[in-house]
Every structure is written in C-alpha cells, then in structure tokens.
Design a protein around this ligand. Structure first.
Ligand SMILES: [Zn+2]
Length: 268
C-alpha cells in the first residue's frame, strides 16, 4: 500500500509536467458512479494550477476554484499512456493524457471545492505534515496524542497525530525509537515522543530520497520500483535477528495490522 514516500514520489513526477495544462475532458472509465469519483466531470475545462500533497492525498489545484483529489488506495497508479486494463478515470489534457488505473478499487479520484473536505473525513482531520518541520513539532505531536488510550501504533495509523504514516513506516519508526507498538499512546513521555518524532522524519526523508518502498503493486509513473525496501530494519523480518540487540524479530497483530517489532529492545 503506498504510504507518504510513494505518494510524494508520484506527486513530484506529476508536478514536473501537469501545472499549466488544461483538462479538456474528465471522465470515469471502468468505475461506477459514486463517492470515489464524485463530481469528476466538473474538472473539464479547468487548468491545473498546482500539484500538492497532504498525507497520502495528492491535490490538483484547478483554475475554477476546485481541487481534484487523488488517493491511490492500495493499487492506484497514474499513467500517461493508456494501460490495457483497470482504467478508472481519464483526463484528456490539452497536451497528452492522464489515466488513473486501480486494480483493487480502493483508490479515489474526485473533485471538491478547494479546501472543502467534508466528504473526506480522513483528509479533513489529517495531522501535521511530517516533512514540514514547522508543522510537525514535538508540541503539536504531544498535544494530538494527549489522553489517547489506544496503542501508539493505532494512534499513528489513524493519521491524526501525523499525516501519511502507514503500516510499514510506523513499524520502522517505532523500532528506531525503541518503543513497543502496543505502548499506550497518551502515556509516552516527551523524551520518547521526541525520539519517535525524529525517527518518523528521518525514515520518511530517507525513503523519499530512495523513491519509496516497493512491496506489491506500487510503482511510480515511469513504472519503476522504489529502493527503500533494502533499508527496512524490522518490517517483514520475522524470526531474523534484531539489528540492534540480536533478539529474534516477532510478528504480532496490532490495530488489525501485521506488526513487526523486537521484544528485546522495544519497550512499553
Ligand atoms: Zn532489538
């Protein structure tokens, strides 16, 4: 599933060629009418002014005061040439095309009034941007976790204390910060929270630099895979020795997700 680094990789590629182009016609292709493709046709005739990212959402700012919101879901991909299968949406541009392909149909490609995210609660309540040091501060992180009685893993995955961090990078960050994924979110003190905040920023920075992590299904616009998978320290390493203390990495389920951690050096 694409997380922030993968989405940022796609955003950078789109930002290199989309701004300034006009959408001649926006159409659903092999997708039912419904909330995931809401008001898509309204993008027709509008120019693309900007390509920004919030968490795992890509927002195309349109000249008519709308935003085209793209969420890749689990298997969403952007293509400039028409893929053979699973095309859900098509933007006919003044020069070229953009196709949204999505095998498993968890993705979204819809138009809203700029900044009006009432139909997108995750986006509406999204936490600070981890790659913006003025936004993702210790004070903000601590206040968003205050009183939360869920596990720290579930809290991070909710997108509210910080935007865009999913399963892989949550496990990696908690390992780097030596925090047990089952620790109660609201009871972590400022020192451990700061370690976790720094770990999230460092790991996302490194992954963005590597073009993201490729497990299944993710690829960038050019159809390439990300290289960060070679840098994973704990995710998917069940039974292998911890790179810090040599105890065997365990896999458990936390927040309904497969979770990898070291029982030796990650503390509650
Ligand atoms: Zn360890």
């Amino acid at each position: 599933m694409p997380e922030l680094p993968e989405v940022e990789t796609v955003r950078r590629e789109l930002a290199a060629w989309l701004p300034g182009r006009t959408i001649r016609r926006a159409t659903r292709v092999d997708a039912p009418a419904g909330p995931k493709y809401r008001h898509l046709e309204r993008a027709s005739g509008q120019a693309i002014a900007s390509v920004v990212r919030r968490g795992k959402f890509i927002l195309l700012g349109l000249s008519g005061g709308d935003e085209l919101v793209v969420h890749l879901g689990m298997t969403g991909q952007i293509h400039r040439e028409r893929p053979a299968t699973h095309v859900r949406a098509h933007l006919r541009l003044d020069r070229g095309d953009l196709f949204f392909r999505d095998i498993r149909r968890f993705g979204r490609f819809l138009v809203v009034r700029a900044g009006d995210y009432g139909v997108l609660p995750t986006l509406k309540h999204l936490g600070p941007e981890p790659l913006d040091p003025n936004d993702f501060t210790l004070e903000r992180f601590a206040s968003l976790l205050e009183g939360r009685r869920t596990t720290i893993k579930a809290a991070i995955m909710s997108q509210r204390p910080v935007a865009g961090v999913g399963n892989i990078y949550t496990d990696e960050s908690l390992w780097q910060a030596a925090i047990d994924p089952r620790a109660e979110a609201g009871r972590l003190g400022p020192k451990r929270l700061e370690r976790l905040r720094v770990a999230i920023v460092e790991i996302l920075d490194r992954s963005v630099a590597a073009g993201g992590t490729t497990l299944r299904d993710y690829q960038n616009v050019a159809g390439e895979s990300g290289a960060f998978v070679a840098q994973l320290k704990v995710y998917g390493r069940e039974g292998e020795p911890c790179l810090r203390c040599t105890r065997a990495i365990r896999r458990i389920v936390v927040a309904q997700r497969g979770t990898w951690f070291c029982p030796g050096c990650q503390r509650r």
